[in-house]
Design a protein around this ligand. Structure first.
Ligand SMILES: C[S@@+](CC[C@H](N)C(=O)[O-])C[C@H]1O[C@@H](n2cnc3c(N)ncnc32)[C@H](O)[C@@H]1O
Length: 239
C-alpha cells in the first residue's frame, strides 16, 4: 500500500502500474481538479483510491479508510505545473489573472486577500520569510501605497509593483516577481507551518521496513523536512 500526491498523476501512473496485482495506491490531493485529472489518467487501474484532502490530516484520512499502516509514502510537495499553467488559478507571474493561488478552491483565503488586507508588517514577514526576498520591505511598502489608490486585483498589477520595488541591477536573476509569488502562494496555502508535524505523522504510519520519500522544491520545505527526519531518528535511538 502506497500513498502519494496526484498532481498531474505522473508518479501515480508509474506506481499504480508497478503495484498492479500486488498492492493499492492511495492518492491524496487538496485540489479537486487534480483528482479529476488523475481519475481520467489512471482509469485503467483498479488499485487506486482517490482522496480529496489535505496531507496534514494523513492520520485521520487513513483511519477513515480503516488502514493502520502503509508501506510507502511519496510526498511531492508544492504546486503542480498544471496549477501554474492554468491561468485562471492565478499562480503565475507570467500571465494575467485574478490573484487567487488557492490549491483547494474551498479554502477562503486568496492571494487577493493577502495583498489587500495584510498589514505592511505582515506582508513584509510573508515576503521575507517565505520568499527569502531581500527587497521585501520595499515590496510590502509599495503594495500598501498602491492599494490606497485602488484594490490590487490582478497578477499583472502585483508583478508591476514588485518590478518597481527592486532596483534594475538586481532584476537579472530570474523573474523579479518569482520570490514574491512563491511567498504569497505559501501563505495562502499554509504550506510550511504544518509540514514538520505532517512528516512526523507520516513516519508514524509507515509499516516496519516502509519507506518515505519527500520531493522538495525550495529551502524552506527542505529545512522542515530535514528537521523532522533528524528529530524522528533521534527519538527512535532514544526510545
Ligand atoms: C508537485 S505536484 C505533484 C506531482 C505528481 N507527483 C506528479 O507526478 O504529477 C504537488 C501536488 O500536491 C498537492 N498538494 C500540495 N500540498 C498539499 C497538501 N497539503 N495536501 C494535499 N495535497 C497537496 C497540490 O495540489 C499538487 O497537485
Amino acid at each position: 500500500m502506497l500513498m502519494e500526491h496526484f498532481g498531474g498523476a505522473g508518479h501515480s501512473f508509474e506506481i499504480a502500474q508497478k503495484l498492479q496485482g500486488k498492492g493499492m495506491l492511495i492518492g491524496i490531493d487538496r485540489d479537486e481538479e487534480a483528482i479529476e485529472t488523475a481519475k481520467i489518467k489512471l482509469a485503467r487501474f483498479n488499485n487506486v483510491k482517490y482522496i480529496y484532502g489535505n496531507h496534514d490530516e494523513i492520520k485521520e484520512i487513513l483511519s477513515e479508510l480503516n488502514i493502520n499502516g502503509v508501506d510507502g509514502i511519496l510526498l511531492d510537495l508544492g504546486v503542480s505545473s498544471y496549477q501554474i499553467d492554468s491561468r485562471e488559478r492565478g499562480f503565475s507571474y507570467m500571465s494575467d489573472s485574478i490573484l487567487d493561488m488557492r490549491m483547494d478552491k474551498s479554502d477562503t483565503l486568496t492571494a487577493k486577500d493577502v495583498v489587500n488586507t495584510y498589514s505592511e508588517e505582515e506582508l513584509f514577514r510573508v515576503i521575507n520569510e517565505y520568499g527569502e526576498e531581500r527587497f521585501a520591505k520595499n515590496i510590502a511598502r509599495n503594495i500598501c501605497e498602491e492599494r490606497k489608490k485602488k484594490e490590487i486585483v490582478n497578477t499583472s498589477e502585483l508583478v508591476e509593483i514588485v518590478r518597481k520595488s527592486i532596483p534594475i541591477k538586481f532584476q537579472k536573476d530570474g523573474h523579479p516577481a518569482k520570490r514574491t509569488f512563491q511567498a504569497i502562494r505559501i501563505e495562502v496555502n499554509d504550506e510550511i507551518k504544518p509540514l514538520y508535524d505532517t512528516i512526523m505523522n507520516s513516519i508514524k504510519i509507515l509499516n516496519p521496513h516502509g519507506r518515505m520519500c519527500v520531493i522538495t522544491f525550495h529551502s524552506l520545505e527542505d529545512r522542515a523536512v530535514k528537521k523532522a527526519f533528524t528529530d524522528a531518528l533521534r527519538k527512535m535511538y532514544l526510545s
